[in-house]
Ligand binder design. Sequence first.
Ligand SMILES: Nc1nc2c(ncn2[C@@H]2O[C@H](COP(=O)(O)OP(=O)(O)OP(=O)(O)O)[C@@H](O)[C@H]2O)c(=O)[nH]1
Length: 695
Amino acid sequence: MISIRLKNLSIRIKLLLAQGLVTVSALMVLLAIVLGYGYTSFRNDLYKDLDTQATIIERSSSAAILFGDKNTTNEILSTLKLMSSINRAYIFHEGALLANYEKEGIAKPHRQLDGKVILQALKHQRSSFNTHMLIKDIVFDGRVIGTLFIEANLDKLNTRLSLLILAVAIAAMMGLILSLLVSIKINKFLTQPILSLTSLVGKVSNTHDYSVRSHLLTQDEIGSLAKGINSMLISIEQRDEQLETELAKQKETEKALDRLAYFDTITQLPNRHFFNQQLPKKIAEAARFNKICCLMFIDLDDFKVVNDTYGHRIGDQLLAEVGQRLKNKLKSGDEVFRIGGDEFAILISDNNQFSHARELATKVIHDCAEKFIINNNDLYIGISIGISGSTQPTIQAADLLRSADNAMYRAKNEGKNNFKFFSKEIDDESHFRHYLENALRGALSRNEFEVFYQPIVNLRTEQIVGFEALLRWHEPIYGDISPAVFIPCAERIGVILPIGEWVLREACLQQKQLRDEFGFDFIMNVNLSGRQLREFDVVHKILDIVSETGINPSSLNIELTESVLMDNSQSTINKFHALRAAGVSISIDDFGTGYSSLSYLKRFPINTIKIDRSFIMDIAHDSEDQAITLAIIALANTLKLTVVAEGVETQEQKRILRLNNCEKAQGYLFSKPLPSTALRDTIESFLQPLYDQTA
Ligand SMILES: Nc1nc2c(ncn2[C@@H]2O[C@H](COP(=O)(O)OP(=O)(O)OP(=O)(O)O)[C@@H](O)[C@H]2O)c(=O)[nH]1
């Protein structure tokens, strides 16, 4: 317990206690030595004095003793009166008490007692703290003639001893005080640096301020300790700084990663990941305040054209600017996200009847229709918006998104650059679309497709010179479905590739069969979709089918729409050249409906132009359509391209076309698309006038 208490004392007190203990011990030893020495020397002085006195008495009293002279011996003893330290003295002669001396106040021996008895009793007395006994034989001429007994008191010795003790004690006390004062000074000197180091360490541990330093730069151990602490503090400070820098870096990296994870780098808008997190929150929040959670799904119209015409860099900048325009139109609380390639989403909450959504959609469509100037290019872009909304907290985010997507799809289908609210009708339509998508995947293996062939007639000879292969789908539930409906669907889900290959093979086989039958190489026109054309091995596949079916490559004509030609990359152009080199010819379908048509004629190795039915339809009544058609025919003839008019339905149309040197035509006037089983008879029916002429 005590040792624990001692351990807990400060170093200064501990040192003081240790020094005090040493000083007191040293003083005690000194005191003991001084007192021992004093006592011994005082006692020896006293004993010597007594001995001297006894010898004097012996010498002066021996004659009186020999003669038994009591008076003289008593007189001699009475001289002891002068010595205050002698209590009593007796001289015995021949067994009897001869003379005696007692100090005043000391009891005399009993006169009647025999001297021998007294002497014997005295001999048995011992020296005590207060008295000292001396018994000495009195010798004369070598013969013992009597005995001297002296009893001295030690009062003087004790008094001197007490004085000595007092003096030594005072000296010791003063020494102790002096040593204490000196110790305090020395301790302060010794412990001050340690205490200052302790307080420095305490301060550091309390404040975590590692910039403080000890200024104890002495050469002793404490100086070394201070240096050690300083260098430790420097290391900690450096490590701290390093940690702080690393922490700051880490935070920045986390921030950057966070930004990357949640923000789109092109538009700086929150991305799809963020959108997926926000949508369920917005649904719950709107339901809580009894509002509609509105989702606007925005898709740019024909953005691919921008990319293809101006390049991806400009496409990216346009995306960023569109994002900014959308953002500028938002009210507080609305949020815009870039959720895909050219897709944006806006989350808003609407009080009633989608009024805010309607207003916002109108505004952003109007705003985005304004000119964008990017890298000195004037760009225009439309946006199609689908809007869905719900007040139900239970609505699934994915369902809301799908509804908005379907509404957007409808907006696209209705001419783009507008907005549509999700409705029951759109829902039914999207269900139908999904049904079609699923049904399309197995249609080929279920033999639900059939190729029809529409004759192409030479307007001069009025004979069939070729066919356009047209795909038909006999869907078991919905019946025949228009290619305009299912072809884009097949393109979207990718099944257009096997279907397109199948159509090509069927058409080539049919061509071979007709050639074998009629000995004439009918030109077989087969449509190729953009998706097929993008396949890297499309040329090989076409030529493989050509050689596999044994047709003449020059009897195959690949039809491509203008929108397909818009992908004017070098690899596409190379594919065209490869087909041409193999003898396969190429025509542009629906000519005049696409973009900058004329430039394709120069860039692509094309053989034939097919004038779109929309121009032919009114050729007899609409002077503009007629002018365009005739210009296209003239252009084709100048460029030595074959020209085919599509959708010819009347004799008048045929007349105008023939008059203006249009080489070929197809349309209901000549024949509808026919199943393969009807081809033979149709060809025969066209040949009949010839037979009749020659008959
Ligand atoms: N510049 C650029 N283009 C992108 C990016 N992501 C996707 N795209 C392109 O955006 C185009 C999106 O095309 P779609 O939406 O399918 O078609 P579209 O041409 O916009 O036609 P519609 O949507 O039918 O009006 C594709 O050509 C993609 O290659 C991108 O980050 N930057």
